[in-house]
Design a protein around this ligand. Structure first.
Ligand code: CA2
Length: 159
């Protein structure tokens, strides 16, 4: 657990935010920049870590192409994190398993998409996972991760 000085000379545990990224997001910045931008996932991780520091949060930033691994991480976040941000990638549109996992954890949850899924193909317009989130951010590219962190911090601090 990461600890920081609480302002009164005492050391306090920093709350942790999980930021989970689904399939193919490891390819960011290498292809399809017109849709997803040219920022790499590693650069996004740096932006998120900086914003988290402003909110006094620590971040666990992960990506997987495996639906089961994402389910495992959501479950893990339920016991180890104060909140989570998830870009489920294409599993957004298909995964009942991720919806169930997200529904089963009671921490604040923000769903995030780089693109505006409502302005794209018909099959992307439905999110199976969104009803399990407190809110959604989409269409702002890499900046959306920073906005999502602001939103998550607000949810964590009012919880
Ligand atoms: O807009 C988003 O963030 C998405 O979650 C991205 C997913 C897509 O399936 C969702 O409908 C919307 C795809 C991520 C794939 O990212 C790539 C990046 C570069 C090259 C190829 C894929």
């Amino acid at each position: 657990m990461i600890r920081g000085e609480g302002g009164d000379g005492k050391f306090m545990a920093k709350k942790k935010a999980y930021v989970l990224n689904g399939p193919n997001l490891n390819l960011l910045g290498t292809r399809e920049p017109d849709i997803y931008g040219s920022t790499t996932l590693s650069e996004i991780e740096t932006l998120v870590a900086s914003k988290a520091g402003e909110h006094g949060l620590s971040v666990d930033f992960r990506q997987s192409n495996s639906e089961g691994e994402l389910v495992d991480w959501v479950q893990e976040a339920g016991s180890k994190a104060a909140g989570l941000i998830i870009n489920p990638g294409a599993y957004t549109h298909t995964s009942v398993a991720l919806f169930d996992a997200l529904s089963a954890v009671s921490i604040p949850k923000v769903e995030l998409h780089l693109s505006n899924i409502h302005a794209r193909e018909e099959f992307r317009r439905r999110s199976l996972t969104a009803p399990a989130a407190n809110g959604l951010i989409m269409g702002f590219g890499a900046t959306g991760y920073v906005l999502a962190l602001d939103a998550l911090a607000a949810l964590i601090n009012r919880a």
